[in-house]
Design a protein around this ligand. Structure first.
Ligand code: TXA
Ligand code: MG
Length: 385
């Protein structure tokens, strides 16, 4: 199949003429990849069995892993679901359109092929102007998983989509790089208490503040044990594993305590080292120490003859003696880390390194979603130092 490409001139203000053909393809059962504020999606008509079949085939995705239906206005929600609970009304008012997906009891309009056989349906109203206008023009709800081959990082640029989907889908709409870079937050509102199924840019803190009560699905917190079924079926798959072995390096509580104690041997030693290095302006002692440890682990592997890469930050990159290093952004902005994570992981795949050592990041707000994706990519392989 030939895959057409359309470049949107001004992605903040797409013109309808630029989107008519893509909308027609969607309406007629074809597949179109398009930008959203989170990651690029691979869209098909959510009401059409054959379209969802094509999505699973193009991604190489197991067909029991349900798809998210995307809408462009609140009126489009009613026909897709059996009821809209109070919690969902609150969430929609606060965060739609935006990077939030909600799971509802499904209506008979939504085929089981879209929901992977479940009696619930996941729905999201994206805020990205290209996504929103395209869905509106298509006139149907658009089922869209991330537009990557199953097992690869989600695409954050049209070039990533092209790498994975060229020849497999009808069209790619290029609206430039996405804003957030991580998939939407998923909240199940179908039960008595809302449950967080996947962390994202609408953070746990924001949800708790709005809802009061919020349960966290165990699959969000760590590896899923054998025999346990996570509520978001996608969380059970080893989502993405880089070609090289990824190891996350994290500080022990005890190390943090020592580094926080002025006058402790570790504090004095690290401060001296940081001052001598002279390359680390604006860096705190903990991050400097972590970078030294990541560097040491990477250098040891490199000396043993392996090809090694490092995932670091703008503040620490100068500290590394390793040749293959990529900054995920700045520690001062969790948004920058989220934005670059998948791009960096794709770069390491292209480079074909044997081992990747990564700094770890704070586990609050958007950092929680960053650490969730990074830990999953590492197969929960964490080295404590
Ligand atoms: O940001 C996003 O959500 C992107 C963009 C394109 O909108 N989409 C996305 O879709 O990440 P996907 O298919 O890669 O991930 C959807 C996740 C999967 O983990 C799936 O198991 C879960 O949502 N999911 C979908 N329907 C569900 C349902 N009815 N109940 C529980 N989990 C569901
Ligand atoms: Mg995905």
């Amino acid at each position: 199949m030939e895959t057409k490409g359309i470049i949107i001139q001004d992605p903040k203000h797409p013109r309808d003429e630029e989107l008519y053909e893509a909308a027609r393809i969607l309406r007629e059962g074809g597949l179109v990849a398009f930008p959203t504020e989170t990651v690029y999606g691979l869209g098909g008509n959510a009401l059409d069995d054959r379209a969802s079949g094509k999505i699973y085939a193009a991604k190489g995705r197991p067909s029991d892993n349900p798809l998210i239906a995307h809408i462009s206005t609140l009126e489009e929600l009613g026909p897709l679901v059996r009821e809209i609970p109070e919690s969902a009304k609150k969430l929609a008012k606060a965060y739609w359109p935006g990077p939030l997906t909600m799971v509802f009891p499904k209506s008979s309009q939504i085929p089981y092929s879209t929901t992977g056989g479940l009696d619930t349906v996941a729905v999201r109203m994206p805020s990205d102007p290209v996504a929103s206008r395209l869905i509106h023009l298509a006139g149907v709800p658009v089922a869209a998983p991330s537009a990557n081959t199953s097992g690869r990082p989600s695409p954050t640029t049209a070039a990533h989509v092209w790498q994975d989907m060229k020849g497999r889908i009808d069209m790619i709409v290029d609206g430039g790089p996405v804003g957030i870079g991580l998939e939407s937050t998923i909240v199940d509102v179908s039960g008595a208490v809302p449950v967080l199924l996947r962390p994202g840019a609408i953070t746990q803190e924001m949800l708790k503040e709005l809802l009061g009560e919020l349960q966290i699905d165990p699959a969000v917190l760590g590896p899923v044990e054998k025999g346990v079924r996570p509520k978001a079926p996608g969380m059970k798959y080893k989502h993405y594993a880089p070609r090289g072995e990824l190891v996350l390096i994290q500080l022990k509580e005890e190390t943090r305590a020592q580094l926080g104690k002025k006058g402790s041997p570790l504090y004095s030693q690290t401060l001296r080292r940081m001052t001598d290095s002279g390359k680390c302006f604006g860096l705190d002692l903990e991050s400097f120490y972590l970078a030294c440890q990541v560097n040491q682990a990477a250098e040891e592997k490199e000396r043993a003859g392996a090809s090694v890469g490092v995932i670091c930050t703008d503040e620490t990159i100068e500290e590394y003696g390793i040749a293959i290093k990529r900054s995920m952004g700045t520690r001062g902005s969790e948004a920058s880390l989220a934005h670059n994570l998948y791009r960096v992981l794709r770069e390491f795949d292209d480079l074909g390194v044997d081992y990747i050592y990564s700094e770890s990041f704070s586990d609050t707000n958007l950092g929680r979603a960053v650490m969730n994706r990074l830990s999953k990519a590492a197969g929960y392989h964490v080295q404590m130092v």
